[in-house]
Design a protein around this ligand. Structure first.
Ligand code: ADP
Ligand code: MG
Length: 239
């Protein structure tokens, strides 16, 4: 298990627009940490900096005990799941799940073993030979989750992974993701704009507004003691 730490991290696009402003947080090993805030507040930008898909303009990023500001994405040992989980349409479910393992010099036998495990966890065992077009939206999203699990990465980043699903399926997937994360002891950083999702999933959460950290804490603690009016109204705390 690995921690992720931001120390006074800021992000400026094109040298002018400040999208993340002096953010500091430590995500503990094995924690389910949720980044929540309204659309455009900088959640994806923060996640992309942790992934190494955007550089950090100032401040320091640590993954485990290693300073990671300049570490290439492939060396960060983390997996990612996005809202638009592009699956390869010409590959089977099995091939989609193991696709990222080819470059990691993992034996065919080990790939199949991991694929089988992940498919079982996500209820995909009967669908391994299908193509994505013959799956439902929920099943496709499960394939995207399986693809992250097979990497055996200690850290997983998810950016609004359920927002394309209907409400009922979303609720089911929330608890499945939570169970798998606990079982595997993954350090999770999960982005959502949905405060209910944040409240139900998070060990701790960070509330962002306009690139500024408003509050970090356990869901109930924040609900009962919001630090400011923005947090109170966003979370729906009693007045
Ligand atoms: P969220 O994920 O919370 O909706 P984002 O991190 O996507 O927010 O975006 C935060 C702000 O940064 C927005 O104002 C957005 O327009 C801006 N932004 C995002 N990516 C870029 C980029 N590559 N170049 C310039 N501005 C960007
Ligand atoms: Mg986003």
């Amino acid at each position: 298990m690995k921690k992720v730490e931001l120390k006074n991290v800021s992000k400026t696009y094109d040298g002018k627009l400040t999208v993340i402003n002096d953010a500091s947080v430590t995500v503990h090993p094995g924690e389910f940490f949720v980044l929540v805030g309204p659309s455009g507040c900088g959640k994806s930008t923060m996640l992309r900096m942790i992934a190494g898909l955007e550089n950090v303009s100032s401040g320091d990023l640590y993954i485990g005990d290693e300073k990671a500001n300049k570490l290439p994405p492939s060396s960060r040992n983390l997996s990612m799941v996005f809202q638009n989980y592009a699956l390869y349409p010409h590959l089977t479910v099995e091939q989609n799940i193991t696709f990222g393992l080819h470059t990691k010099k993992i034996s065919k036998q080990e790939q199949m073993k991991r694929c089988k495990e992940a498919a079982e966890m996500l209820g995909l065992s009967d669908y391994l030979k299908r193509k994505p077009r013959n799956l439902s939206g929920g099943q496709r999203q499960r394939v995207a989750l399986a693809r992250a699990i097979v990497t055996h990465s200690p850290i997983c980043l998810m950016d609004e992974p359920l927002s394309n699903l209907d409400a009922k399926l979303r609720a089911k997937m929330r608890s499945e993701i939570r169970q798998i994360q606990r079982k595997l002891g993954i350090t999770m950083i999960y982005v959502t704009h949905d405060q209910t999702e944040a409240m139900t999933m998070a060990d701790r959460m960070m509330i962002l507004d306009k690139g500024v950290v408003q509050q970090i804490g356990q869901p109930l603690e924040i609900y009962n003691q919001p630090k400011n009016t923005f947090v109170a109204s966003f979370i729906g705390s009693p007045p």
